[in-house]
Design a protein around this ligand. Structure first.
Ligand code: GAR
Length: 208
């Protein structure tokens, strides 16, 4: 049984998709804790209702990024995770934290990385006239929204699309690709070779 810890900052819809599939499809894994940097994160209530342990490490209580990262790492380590999943976790994590969980730290980002790291991805894609947008699940490296790509989903930009319309169509694909990527990880179906992720069964790493 692999132990999964999920970090959130808000709504937690990706966390919910992972929790549901982990339980319903009997992955060889268990979500052992959901941790938020915000006490008011909506996703915490869902995790509690499912009987999952929750914790809050409020970034406002720490004077430096290093102090916050160290406090967060202490709580994460206490859960003895095999995998740490960033699911809408909106704090930048420092190099020491990222290296501590190297190879077992996943993130989802709402763009086709390496395009549009950072915030406001859908608005920036619309402003750039992109015809295709999407989401990326990747292993985390110290560079923000960067690292070996596990899986990407692509969504066409339709006439009349605004930021909200794009965000909701991309989010629907996130709920497909993130649980799939996590399942591959817990089933040992992923290998990273020279910074490139290979799915060992040859399954498609693209959702169109
Ligand atoms: C998701 O769209 C996720 O891709 C994005 O935040 C949203 C969280 O939604 N993450 C980032 O922008 C990270 N750079 P959720 O809380 O409902 O899962």
């Amino acid at each position: 049984m692999k132990r999964i810890v999920i970090l959130i900052s808000g709504r937690g819809s990706n966390m919910q998709a992972i929790v549901q599939q982990c339980a319903e499809r009997r992955w060889p894994a268990k979500v052992v804790a959901v941790i938020s940097n915000r006490p008011d994160a909506k996703g915490l209530a869902y995790a509690r209702e499912r009987g999952i342990e929750t914790a809050v490490v409020d970034h406002k209580a720490y004077g430096t990024r290093e102090a916050f990262d160290a406090a967060l790492a202490a709580v994460v380590d206490a859960c003895e995770p095999d995998l740490v999943v960033l699911a809408g976790f909106m704090r930048i994590l420092g190099t020491a934290f990222v290296q501590r969980y190297e190879g077992r730290l996943l993130n989802i980002h709402p763009s086709l990385l390496p395009a549009f790291p950072g915030l406001h991805t859908h608005r920036r894609a619309l402003d750039a006239g992109c015809k295709l947008v999407g989401a990326t699940v990747h292993f985390v490296t110290p560079e923000l929204d960067h690292g070996p790509i596990v899986l990407q989903s692509a969504v066409p930009v339709l006439p009349g699309d605004d930021e909200d319309a794009l965000a909701s169509r991309v989010l629907a694909t996130e709920h497909v690709i993130y649980p799939l990527a996590v399942r591959w990880f817990v089933e040992d179906r992923l290998a990273i070779e020279h910074g490139i992720v290979r799915q060992l069964d040859g399954a498609s790493q693209v959702l169109m």
